[in-house]
Design a protein around this ligand. Structure first.
Ligand code: GLA
Length: 402
């Protein structure tokens, strides 16, 4: 966290709780570049951690009470670590509660604390504020009550080094934490999301694309081309029943894999899919076509980025969006308009919906010199075509949570 953000968060915490914080954490939001709905199909993803972040400040308490305060919501969550239940009156705190419950179930010995959360990640903007909140809460609590995650529980807690600082999580432990966060969101909040959001928030690197293989859970990085800026356009549309739509697509993918006789769609290539088409319903086929195509596009995309072929890379983004629109059916008219408008700007390298879909945001890769002109063009066009204001952000690609 930079010095001014640290000072601001510290003074807000002090003003709210009357003592200084003992732990400060930042966790970034994420943008999926390619590899839509591939994560829970054990597939491939390219993504970026961006400078829209959750920042947390916390200090321990002598009892087992937890108090969560957010700068964005008037309601405060106050509960005991011995009785963690979702609360419809303070739904934003359910994510953090979910991770606390799971950490305790694994054997982490936690105590009470006060926590202040400040987020620059727009809610419902497709940048996964929930994942950043989960990751950020887990890391903040670790700084107060150290734990070490193992594959089936917790091991001996790490020792603090000079000035009381804990060693950072290694890659294996980050991956375990990603799974714990996913379980918290799956069980406590009810969206059957995959691992993408947590992995990127934890493994992001400044100016680099994170490459994830969800089959062997390996992570790699490749530089993002310097002459390419990232602009997020938020449709402002959030369709009702997003969780239901998401879970339904996931079920269709799993049913398609089962009908094709494989563990997951990762094991299906385009030729297998055509050969097995008669075994699938139309909707299963559409979903499988999208996922199989996305895996292929990620593989080709990583190669194109390494070779600096931005035009061909952008073309893959176009295909990805078309596949969402026509096959996976997770786009919506507003997202289609945004993508169409983006492509009509001469500085656009690529545009597509990003994340779950059904509303939310589009990802745009744009020539850096034209970013402001591009954002103006998008806002004007969106107001004209959809009678809606457009929020957009030019994002920097940043390091993962710490
Ligand atoms: C949401 C989910 C992720 C992933 C994307 C689609 O962001 O949380 O797990 O499935 O949608 O790629």
């Amino acid at each position: 966290m930079d010095a001014s953000a640290t000072a601001e968060l510290t003074s807000r915490f002090q003003a709210r709780f009357g003592r200084p914080p003992e732990a400060l954490t930042r966790a970034p939001g994420r943008v999926e570049l390619l590899g839509n709905h591939t994560d829970y199909n054990l597939g491939l993803i390219m993504a970026l951690a961006v400078d829209k972040t959750v920042r947390l400040a916390a200090a321990p308490r002598a009892d087992r009470e937890v108090q969560f305060v957010s700068t964005a919501f008037p309601e405060t969550a106050h509960f005991s670590l011995d009785r963690i239940e979702p609360d419809p009156a303070v739904p934003w705190a359910d994510y953090a509660k979910g991770i606390l419950r799971l950490l305790q179930e694994r054997g982490a010995r936690l105590g009470g604390f006060d926590l202040l959360l400040d987020s620059s990640i727009p809610l419902g903007g497709g940048l996964s504020s929930s994942a950043a909140m989960l990751v950020g809460t887990a890391l903040t609590v670790r700084k107060l009550y150290p734990y070490r995650l193992t594959s089936d529980g917790v091991g001996t807690a790490p020792a603090r080094g000079a000035r009381g600082v804990l060693p950072p999580l290694d890659a294996a432990e980050k991956m375990i934490l990603a799974h714990v966060c996913q379980a918290a969101e799956n069980h406590f909040v009810g969206v059957k999301c995959g691992l993408l959001d947590y992995i990127v928030s934890l493994f992001g690197r400044a100016a680099q694309v994170v490459l994830i293989d969800c089959l062997n859970l390996s992570v790699d990085w490749t530089p993002l081309a310097a002459d390419m800026a990232v602009v997020i356009c938020h449709s402002g549309v959030k369709h009702a029943l997003v969780a239901g739509e998401y879970n339904e697509r996931r079920a269709l993918c799993e049913a398609a894999a089962a009908a094709l006789g494989v563990r997951a769609l990762r094991f299906v290539n385009p030729a297998d899919l055509e050969a097995g088409r008669a075994k699938l319903t139309d909707r299963q086929y559409g979903c499988a076509l999208h996922v199989v195509g996305e895996n292929d596009r990620v593989e080709r995309g990583a190669d194109l980025l390494r070779r600096g072929d931005l035009a061909s890379f952008g073309e893959l983004l176009r295909q990805s969006h078309e596949s969402s629109r026509l096959h996976f059916l997770n786009s919506c008219p507003e997202l289609d308009v945004l993508v169409e408008l983006a492509w009509s700007h001469p500085a656009c390298i690529g545009a597509r919906l990003t994340g779950g879909g059904f509303g939310g945001a589009t990802l745009n890769l744009v020539r850096p010199a034209a970013v402001e002109d591009f954002r103006r063009h998008m806002a004007e066009g969106y107001a004209r075509r959809c009678q809606r204001p457009l929020e957009s952000w030019a994002c920097q690609v940043v390091n993962g949570a710490n």
